[in-house]
Every structure is written in structure tokens, then in C-alpha cells.
Design a protein around this ligand. Structure first.
Ligand code: ADP
Ligand code: MG
Length: 354
């Protein structure tokens, strides 16, 4: 992104008082909004090293294309999924480490988190809901006739379909050993619940090595903050109101390096006859998680864990979710079906309700 004179002036005014602190280089503000990893990304970087936003964007694109996407042929995950039953596929060191973390979380969450959920996610066709809410009622289905049914066949899978598809899931059936992974027949990996957090980890690792004064980068519902905000004020991360996504229920005030992820039933969903079916699935039932929460926000010192824990805690609900988060040394904030907010003690010092 080109440096505009106006941006320069704003950045100069903001950081003016801090230049003594940060040495002789000039801190300038660079911003970028983009689409990557199937979501909207936002970057604000206060840098002495010039514009780093393109490099950060490339980190996300490479991670998606080379490692995590199950859609992009040639990515590691796609290759693992295509390998066929009984075949051990070698895994890069980084992905191996991530898989170890995620499989451990699957165990620690009693299976509420499960990276083998893909066949069930495919059955629900949740990716077709990516553009936002689709509302289907008996009335408008009838009015729009057969063509609607063809484009969106069987919005709600049958119980038999779900039961059968669940037999192709189960993290405990994965074999991760000696730098390779093997999936049983018809199983597939889906790192969608942790990918944006992994991107935040990679971005943090890169920016730590640059001459960056401070940065805040969001990849969909996962955010990383680094360093300081010029002017001495804390970073402010808004927590979306799950029933009015254009506003916030409150703000997290954070300093230094933090990873924050939110999982909510408002991100991708379909409504059929007034019932909301969303994209966070309970691996035990094969249906959207129904634990009494609308959203979970996790704050911790790791991107992969903040993202994966937010999904796991959403499936577990307030009580068990809170315990899981605390066992990982993470802070959690839940919004329940009545809109009530509850949080770990440690979260209270950072959160201010609107
Ligand atoms: P978002 O992708 O909106 O940030 P999450 O991080 O909660 O939300 O991830 C949801 C995605 O993860 C789904 O789209 C699906 O691909 C996958 N998923 C759904 N349920 C689970 C689960 N219980 N465990 C692991 N992955 C899941
Ligand atoms: Mg997640």
C-alpha cells in the first residue's frame, strides 16, 4: 500500500511524543484490508521498516495455499486427505507440531474439538453458508419452487446421513508418528477451526523480527496484537454482539502481545423455519453445537490455541468451557443464549462492557 501524505501526517502526530523512545527511525502507520483464508483481514502496522502489509498478506496466502487449505490441491492438508487409507504422508515440521497441539486439545476437550469433522461439515454443506445467513422457510421454499430445492438440496441432513457420516470421523483414529500422518478410509482433516489462529502465530513470529513499534492484525475472528500502540493507549479489541453484529458488547483493552479469537453462531449459519443451524458442530452428535452459548472469546499467548479453544469452548458451553480454558492458562468470555456475559476472573481486568 502506498504511503499517503495524509497518513504520514496522522502517524506523525500520533507517534510524535514517542520518537525519542524509539530511536532515530520514523514510525509510520500502514493499514490494509483484504480477503485471505476465506475471510476479511485487517492490518494496522506501526513500522520503522517501511510498509510490511504486503509481506504479512503473503504469509496468510502461503499458509493457506501450501499448508492448511483442504480445498487447494497441493496444500499439505489436501495431500493428506487425498492420500487414501493406510498411506502415511510425510508432514512438514510446522504442521506436525500444530497437529500435535490440536490432537492434544481434542483429547483434553473430550472430543468437543475434532480436526476430523470435515465429512460432517461437508454433509451440512456449511461452506455454502459462507456468504452469511440463508433463510429458508416452508413458504419461500414453496414459492421459489423446485429450482431452490435443486440448488440447496436437503439443507438439513437426515439423522441417518449424520449417523453414517459420523463413522468417518474421530481424531482418535488418526495416526501421527515419525513425521507422518495416516488417515483411515474416507476420513479427512479440517483445520478450519484453528487456521486463522495459526496465521496470527506466523504473523507475530514475522513481525517480532522486524522493526515494528506495534501492530494489530485480524484474520476473521482471530486477532493478534504486538508491541505498543503509539500514544501509549492500550489496543482495543471489540467483542461483537452475536445478535447485532454491527455493534460490540464490550471492548478488551490489551497491551503488548496477545492472541484473541472469537467463535460465534453468527459467522456462518442457515435458518430453517426459525431454527438457526450454524457452523460449529458437536462431534458427538453431528449437529450444530447446542451448549447454550452464542459466542466464546479466548485470550491467550498462542494464536493456534486461542482459535482452537474458542471452538472447543463453544461446543462445551460455559461451565466445562471455562474449566478447559483455565487448564490451558487462557482467559475466556462467553455470551449465552439470553445475552448474559460470563468470564474467567483473569478476563475481568481487560474487558469493559459497553
Ligand atoms: P470461524 O471459522 O468462524 O472462525 P471456528 O474457529 O469456530 O469459526 O471454526 C469453525 C470451523 O471449524 C467450521 O467451519 C468447520 O470447518 C470446523 N469445525 C466445526 N466444528 C468443529 C469442531 N467441533 N472441532 C473442530 N473443527 C470444527
Ligand atoms: Mg476457532
Amino acid at each position: 500500500m502506498k504511503r499517503k501524505p495524509k497518513d504520514f501526517l496522522t502517524a506523525f502526530l500520533l507517534v510524535g511524543g514517542l520518537l525519542l523512545f524509539v530511536g532515530c527511525g520514523k514510525v509510520e502507520k500502514y493499514s490494509m484490508t483484504d480477503i485471505a483464508m476465506g475471510t476479511i483481514t485487517n492490518q494496522t502496522i506501526y513500522s520503522k521498516d517501511g510498509d510490511l502489509t504486503l509481506a504479512v498478506r503473503n504469509i496468510m496466502l502461503e499458509l493457506e495455499q501450501e499448508e492448511l487449505s483442504w480445498r487447494i490441491e497441493g496444500s499439505e492438508v489436501a495431500q493428506i486427505n487425498a492420500a487414501g487409507s493406510g498411506v502415511y504422508t510425510p508432514v512438514s515440521d510446522r504442521l506436525y507440531e500444530e497437529l500435535e497441539i490440536l490432537i492434544k486439545l481434542s483429547e483434553d476437550s473430550g472430543g468437543a474439538f475434532d480436526i476430523t469433522i470435515r465429512p460432517v461439515a461437508a454433509l451440512w454443506n456449511i461452506d455454502a453458508w459462507a456468504a452469511g445467513k440463508i433463510s429458508v422457510t416452508e413458504e419461500n421454499q414453496a414459492a421459489e419452487g423446485a429450482s431452490t430445492n435443486k440448488e440447496q438440496p436437503d439443507i438439513i441432513p437426515t439423522h441417518e446421513q449424520i449417523t453414517l457420516t459420523l463413522t468417518y470421523t474421530g481424531y482418535e483414529n488418526l495416526s501421527l508418528t515419525d513425521g507422518s500422518i495416516m488417515l483411515p478410509k474416507d476420513m479427512a482433516l479440517d483445520l478450519g477451526a484453528a487456521g486463522k489462529g495459526i496465521a496470527c502465530d506466523r504473523i507475530a513470529a514475522y513481525l517480532r523480527e522486524q522493526d515494528v513499534y506495534g501492530a494489530v492484525v485480524s484474520v476473521g475472528g482471530s486477532v493478534v496484537t504486538i508491541g505498543k500502540k503509539p500514544g501509549g493507549t492500550p489496543w482495543q479489541i471489540g467483542i461483537i454482539d452475536p445478535r447485532d453484529t454491527s455493534s460490540f458488547i464490550g471492548i478488551l483493552y490489551l497491551e503488548g502481545e496477545n492472541f484473541v479469537s472469537t467463535s460465534g453462531d453468527y459467522e456462518r449459519y442457515v435458518e430453517v423455519d426459525g431454527v438457526r443451524y450454524h457452523h460449529i458442530l458437536n462431534p458427538a452428535t453431528g449437529y450444530p453445537a447446542d451448549s447454550g452459548v452464542r459466542s466464546v472469546t479466548i485470550l491467550c499467548d498462542s494464536g493456534i490455541l486461542s482459535d482452537a479453544l474458542s471452538t472447543a469452548c463453544f461446543v462445551l458451553g460455559v461451565e466445562e468451557g471455562m474449566a478447559l480454558a483455565e487448564s490451558y492458562g487462557a482467559q475466556a468470555l462467553f455470551v449465552d443464549m439470553e445475552g448474559n456475559i460470563s468470564m474467567t476472573d483473569g478476563m475481568k481486568q481487560f474487558f469493559k462492557e459497553k
